[in-house]
Design a protein around this ligand. Structure first.
Ligand code: ZN
Length: 304
């Protein structure tokens, strides 16, 4: 099992996009700066999508313009098509994340086109990004189940993975968009992906909708995944996935991993403080447990 795991913080995008109200740009910028201060090196800062469909992300360009650029940090913009890619590059993202959905029905609901068309758009974007020297990653949504089509055959997930792999992505992420996965499924999917696509860097994205998110994350680490997505405070969802609540909380994940001897490079106390700040900024409690319970053992400064 890997002794270190990289975390992609998705709270500013996956988290804030499902907020009922629009969070002010200045608060988003402060949130991202605090996350980076706590040691997170890859942050999904926004998405470049239709502002009519996702009004919470309408200030994508302004968020990028407000950030202090730091060496060694990936500022990831999520895109769904070529238009979004062009906006993200113009705004200064140094990493692009694109999503396609394993389920054709879900892909149509989310992106207005079928999976095949999204894969074709990804392959074009991947070429452009390579030429421009921008890191490009691809996420396969609904890999663990679909709200419209039900169970997702592993063969279908592998087929989509093989096709997106033709774009030579930095990594391929497999997302449990609606939080239905269980650890046995995680082991099966990543085991079969590793067989089908040896050497490809793997990433996992879990939602905690049915309280299996952290168990799935641990199973993914055991299955050889290099990178896990999570959101500070466990905020998050998908406006197009019914009842898709909360990503796995970054603080809870860091606690689980560090106490298990898996390094993350994240300062847990600073991250918990950011979760507390986030509760104030949103004006409501966040789902994550460490923000409520605190770490253990207590840091030595507080032990006396
Ligand atoms: Zn998500």
């Amino acid at each position: 099992m890997s002794r270190s795991i990289e975390i992609v913080e998705v709270g500013p995008r996956d988290g804030l996009q499902s907020e009922p109200g629009v969070v002010p740009t200045a608060a988003k910028v402060e949130f991202i700066e605090r996350l980076i201060d706590s040691g997170l090196k890859r942050v999904e800062v926004t998405s470049f999508v239709n502002p009519k469909k996702v009004p919470q992300m309408a200030d994508a360009e302004q968020v990028l313009a407000g950030l202090r650029r730091r060496e060694g940090v990936s500022y990831i913009g999520l895109v769904l098509n070529r238009k979004g890619y062009d906006r993200a590059v113009a705004a200064g993202c140094n990493e692009i994340g694109m999503a396609v959905v394993a389920s054709d029905t879900f892909n149509r609901r989310n992106q207005g086109v079928g999976t095949d068309e999204s894969v074709a758009a990804w392959l074009e974007i991947a070429r452009e990004a390579k030429a421009a020297g921008i890191r490009a990653t691809i996420t396969i949504g609904a890999s663990f189940g679909c709200p419209f089509e039900g169970e997702m055959p592993v063969g279908r997930v592998i087929e989509v993975a093989r096709r997106v792999a033709e774009g030579s992505p930095y990594e391929i992420a497999f997302a449990d968009t609606i939080g239905v996965g269980v650890p046995a499924q995680v082991a099966e999917i990543f085991g079969r992906v590793r067989e089908a696509l040896p050497g490809v860097r793997l990433r996992a994205h879990f939602h905690n909708t049915r309280n299996t998110g952290l168990a799935n994350a641990y199973a993914a680490v055991e299955a050889g995944v290099a990178t896990l997505d999570s959101s500070c405070g466990g905020i998050g969802g998908c406006p197009f996935a019914p009842a898709a609540t909360g990503n796995i909380p970054t603080e809870d994940l860091v606690y689980l991993l560090s106490r298990s001897g898996v390094a993350t490079g994240v300062d847990l106390e600073r991250l918990i403080a950011t979760g507390e700040w986030l509760q104030q900024a949103l004006g409501r409690p966040v789902p994550g447990m460490l923000v409520k319970a605190g770490s253990f053992p207590k840091p030595s400064s507080q032990a006396a």
